[in-house]
Write a protein that binds this ligand. Structure first.
Ligand code: ME8
Length: 540
């Protein structure tokens, strides 16, 4: 019996394919991956979507500048994302590309619905546009000193990314976003979990209260996009605004817009999503435009958007445009995949901005991983090798009775599932790891305090010492098994390695974590393999 067997659909943003993945995009993707793995291990029927945002002016320009057609360009760059996600152990189920035929169909179907319901009208846009962010900016959002008289003669900078805006004056098609302000305010009042953390919700609410403008959803002069269906083939053909196109990917991935029954059933089962992971830079798109689009189309709204903070290096947002972005590969070479995943989730509080530095990486790696976790496994396993012929000793008596040998560890382990589950429900990755480390540290202390090496000296002649030795080692091994299970979402390869050194099936395939983590299930007689250190200390 698998508990909680229900759909759990989660997504990352689909990233612009104009460059290779960097630490920021990897950060969101790893966080989502850890959640996907955790939910799978708790029995949920998970679908995890990531992918690429391939249309729009910015891609069109980048392709042209590089001497490629846009399609050649995106085809050339897309594999780098898949390779990076593979390197980082990302267990995505769906890799969306917005240039796919299914997506084009889904976007056209969606637009058609809004057009038929009267939510789309023709108008003209005159104002500023940020090509790198693919975002329109209303005059009220801009620094008016920069703007001059509001026309082309003075070029303001983007309030978000600080790069120069472009003046756009064109006839295009608008979505009646302004009609949905009251609906959105009510939605967030009724569903406070729908946008987390709370600081982001407050920002969005005050933005909505300050008044929403209708949104231009098409571009007259951008060729690289999905054609607006009712203009296709006419002299006034337009392409879809890239954000309108991109957001719909969350529907395409699970069957929206396909005309077969299986897809329709899949869509009905999967939608709405449990959570969209986004960075705080794209909250407005996901928490104003997207829910209004869905509501207008008669579709349910996602249960939650979680907007995390920025990774900062030396106090500045790390980004491709600032040239201060390292590649994941550089860090993986140093920290290994699991060390990399651990560092970002343990050291940066998910939801807040977080500074990252080489010093902090080395400190975490050497302290938490090489010393605490790695050392626990290597000294314990070598003791089992020496004192127990490399097999799990049988516990003498009942490890579950009150005050039994190892009860200090058992008590922590018993409370762990609830604490970790609670932390994941709050997206508190760092908190979940901190709880797990209580057990890691307690197990190290326990070995110190019970000194198996002393017990081993007398074990041949003293039955009581022999029994205690078995029980101490069994308890510490049971703690190691528990830690491997709970760290598996964050450090899957290491967890599976530890399980295999205990002759157990992989932690990552568990589907009932709570049951598997119950104390006392490690079978006596299993072979224990010492193996190499899990983490080699790094030079400072
Ligand atoms: O916005 N710290 O794509 P994008 C943390 N295509 N996260 C960061 C980061 C940083 N310094 N820099 C980037 C787009 N990110 C659109 C999305 S979705 C329908 C369309 C992460 O390639 C963070 O998740 O610019 C941010 O939201 C995302 O990368 C932006 O990726």
């Amino acid at each position: 019996m698998i508990p909680n067997r229900s759909s759990y659909y989660l997504t990352t943003p689909i990233y612009y394919v104009n460059d290779v993945p960097h630490l920021g995009t990897a950060y969101t993707t790893i966080a989502a991956d850890v959640m996907a793995r955790y939910r799978r291990m708790s029995g949920h029927d998970v679908v995890f979507l990531t992918g690429l945002d391939e249309h729009g002016q910015k891609i069109e320009q980048a392709a042209t500048a590089a001497g490629y057609t846009p399609q050649e360009w995106v085809d050339k760059l897309a594999p780098a994302f898949k390779e990076t996600w593979e390197m980082l152990g990302i267990s995505y189920d769906i890799f969306m590309r917005t240039t796919s035929d299914e997506h084009r169909r889904a976007v056209q179907e969606f637009a058609r619905r809004l057009y038929d319901s009267g939510d789309i009208y023709s108008g003209s846009y005159e104002g500023w546009y940020c090509v790198p962010d693919e975002a329109y900016w209303a005059p009220g959002d801009l620094d008016m000193e920069d703007v001059g008289d509001g026309k082309e003669d003075a070029v303001p900078n983007c309030p978000d990314c600080s790069r120069s805006l472009q003046f756009v004056r064109e006839k295009n098609w608008f979505f009646r976003l302004s009609n949905y302000a009251d609906f959105l305010l009510q939605w967030y009042a009724d569903n406070p979990q729908a946008l987390q953390p709370e600081t982001r919700r407050n920002e969005i609410l005050s933005f909505i209260r300050s008044g929403l403008h209708d949104l231009s959803i098409s571009r007259a002069n951008v060729k690289w996009g999905i054609p607006l269906p009712w203009t296709e083939g006419t002299d006034d053909a337009q392409t879809m605004y890239v954000w309108f196109d991109a957001l719909i990917n969350y529907l395409t991935g699970i069957g929206f817009g396909a005309d077969d029954e299986a897809s329709a059933a899949e869509f009905a089962y999967r939608w709405p999503a449990q959570v969209h992971y986004v960075g705080k830079d794209i909250t407005r798109f996901h928490c104003i435009i997207w829910p209004a689009m869905l509501y207008a189309a008669g579709l349910p709204l996602p249960q939650q958007v979680f907007a995390h903070g920025f990774l900062l290096t030396k106090g500045e947002k790390m980004s491709k445009s600032k040239g201060n972005a390292k590649t994941p590969r550089e860090l993986v070479e140093r920290l290994g995949v699991d060390g990399y995943r651990y560092y970002f989730l343990r050291d940066v509080v998910f939801g807040s901005d977080g500074s990252i530095s080489d010093e902090a990486m080395v400190q975490r790696f050497n302290g938490d991983l090489a010393n605490d976790w790695g050392n626990l496994v290597s000294r314990l396993f070598s003791m089992v090798g020496k004192y127990c012929d490399e097999v799990v000793p049988a516990y003498v008596g009942d490890p579950l009775t009150e005050g039994a040998e190892g009860a200090v560890l058992r008590d922590i382990a018993d409370g762990l599932f609830e604490q970790v589950e609670d932390a994941y429900n709050r997206f508190d990755y760092s908190g979940a790891l901190k709880e797990i480390w209580e057990l890691v540290r307690a197990a190290n202390r326990y070995l110190e305090d019970s000194a198996p090496w002393g017990l081993a000296k007398n074990a041949d002649s003293d039955l009581e010492a022999a029994a205690r030795l078995a029980n101490v080692l069994y308890s510490a091994l049971e703690a190691v098994r528990t830690i491997a299970l709970f760290t598996a979402p964050t450090m899957p390869a290491t967890a599976d390695e530890v399980m295999s050194r205990l002759e157990l099936s992989p932690a990552t395939t568990v589907v009932d974590l709570q049951r598997e983590a119950q104390w006392g299930q490690l079978p006596a007689g299993n072979k224990v393999t010492k193996g190499d250190p899990l983490f080699q200390r790094l030079d400072v």
